[in-house]
Design a binder for this molecule. Structure first.
Ligand code: FUB
Length: 306
């Protein structure tokens, strides 16, 4: 299986002739990209899809660790190597291959990297852990325990203008939010369920503040279309939110974890697709510009092929 896929990838790259702008990197498979701008530089914190080794019974997504990237100009992405391996999670089950979508945020002079993993204590499907660093590229010092009272996946962080931070996370097709304490490692109060999201809300929420409003983008599944990327808005980070529409049509992904970032005055949607592998569990991160209209709504983003 591994060899067949690698052969397919090489054929496709040769067929395309040149390294395309999309996907962003082609030497490994990357998914669920969270993009952040720190000190004017663009960083991406994705998850990492691999083909299971022979004999390893892996879950449907086989995700052993995290790499991270920075944009070095043009379409050159620097890979900093493994930021966190599944077997280095202090509270995690070994060889779980469940290192799903992470996030990283800066508060003061510290970078906080949030990630989901399977806890060795079996208390939940996934818990969320955090590590700190004085550099966006690490090394991160990983907290010994997961964040208490948080059970779920897809950590999405919002740092409000007043310095308050919020952790959004999902689970079971529900989205929760909790304000974080000043230390960014504990929730300040019990997480609450976000109200107002449409039927078909799935996962992968990403919070931003723009145009004086709170926007939540998320994967929205329609019976006749599958996974799309949609959004909702609110004047309160805790909600309730109002559904505002679709940002991207279904790409046949099976999942649609993404992020939105403003870089050099332009908004960019980071997302993933599996056009290199031909298999939707081996994804490649991509990016396309996204536009807010005058009225604050978001124009539909059409994925560029290259
Ligand atoms: O890519 C693995 C997981 O699938 C993500 O963390 C979820 O959002 C879902 O897309």
């Amino acid at each position: 299986m591994k060899n067949v896929l690698q052969f397919f990838v090489i054929l496709l790259l040769i067929g395309n002739g040149l390294k395309a702008q999309n996907p962003l990197v082609t030497d490994i498979f990357t998914a669920d990209p969270t993009a952040r701008v720190f000190n004017g530089k663009l960083y991406v914190y994705p998850s990492h899809d691999i083909v299971p080794e022979e004999g390893i019974e892996a879950p449907k997504f086989c995700m052993p660790d995290y790499h991270m990237y920075s944009l070095e100009g043009g379409n050159t992405w620097k890979d900093y190597g493994v930021v966190l391996d599944q077997n280095s999670v202090p509270w995690g089950k070994k060889n779980s291959y469940g290192m799903w979508a992470p996030d990283c945020i800066k508060k003061g002079d510290t970078y906080y990297y949030y990630y989901p993993a399977e806890p060795v204590d079996k208390s939940s499907f996934r818990r969320i852990g955090v590590g700190t660093s004085k550099s966006p590229t690490g090394p991160f010092k990983w907290e010994k325990n997961y964040i208490k009272n948080v059970e779920g996946i897809d950590p999405g962080l919002l740092l409000d203008d007043n310095g308050k931070a919020y952790l959004y996370f999902g689970g079971g097709e529900k989205l929760f939010v909790a304000p974080l304490k000043g230390n960014m490692k504990e929730v300040a109060s019990k997480p609450i369920k976000i109200e107002g999201l449409p039927a078909g809300y799935k996962e992968g929420s990403f919070p931003i503040k723009a145009n004086g409003m709170y926007y939540l983008t998320f994967a929205h599944v329609f019976a006749n279309e599958g996974y799309t990327i949609a959004y909702a808005t609110s004047n309160n980070p805790l909600g309730p939110f109002t559904y505002r529409g679709k940002i991207m049509d279904n790409l046949g992904n099976g999942t649609n974890h993404h992020s939105v970032v403003k870089y050099k005055g332009k908004w960019i949607l980071f997302y993933h697709w599996w056009e290199i592998s031909g298999y939707n569990k081996l994804r490649s991160m991509r990016a396309d510009y996204m536009t807010f209209k005058e009225d604050g709504t978001i124009a539909r983003v059409k994925p560029t092929l290259r």
